[in-house]
Design a binder for this molecule. Structure first.
Ligand code: FES
Length: 147
């Protein structure tokens, strides 16, 4: 029998008690990303005021690592300026969780991309071209414009 994967206490905590789960009805930006291989989907909602991430919520239909990384990522950018959210990397989220098993690192990429996608949506709603600010977001992960 295969050994169970080793997850850190922090990963287990954020998986069992994820922070900032839900949606923001009057969000200023909404982003949805997915991983085509595993089929997992993550959706991020942002409330932005004066350049600050006033509130952030997420919904993840996916594995435990995706839930734990989205929870940690939201905690890391909540209350912070947009510029810091842009700089948030999946590696920083993994580090904050005391690591992830190697085969699960790709799950943390969803968290980074979901925040970028939500920011992309935010900029588009403001009539600002997001590409020079956020870089190129691959088409499948491009921001989802909600009407
Ligand atoms: Fe799909 Fe983790 S296995 S995001």
């Amino acid at each position: 029998m295969k050994m169970a994967m080793e997850y850190s206490k922090k990963v287990m905590d954020h998986f069992m008690n994820p922070r900032n789960v839900g949606e923001i009805e009057d969000a200023d930006g909404v982003g949805e990303v997915g991983n085509a291989k595993c089929g997992d989907i993550m959706k991020m909602y942002l409330k932005i005021e004066n350049g600050l991430i006033k509130d952030i919520k997420f919904k993840t239909f996916g594995c435990g690592s995706a839930i734990a990384t989205s929870s940690m990522a939201t905690e890391m950018v909540k209350g912070k300026p947009i510029s810091e959210a842009i700089k948030l990397t999946n590696a920083a989220v993994v580090e904050a969780l005391d690591g992830l098993p190697k085969v699960k690192v790709h799950c943390s990429v969803l968290a980074e991309q979901a925040i970028k996608a939500a920011l992309c949506d935010y900029y588009r709603r403001q009539g600002v071209d997001p590409e020079p600010i956020l870089g190129k977001i691959p088409p499948t992960e491009s921001c989802h414009i909600h009407d």
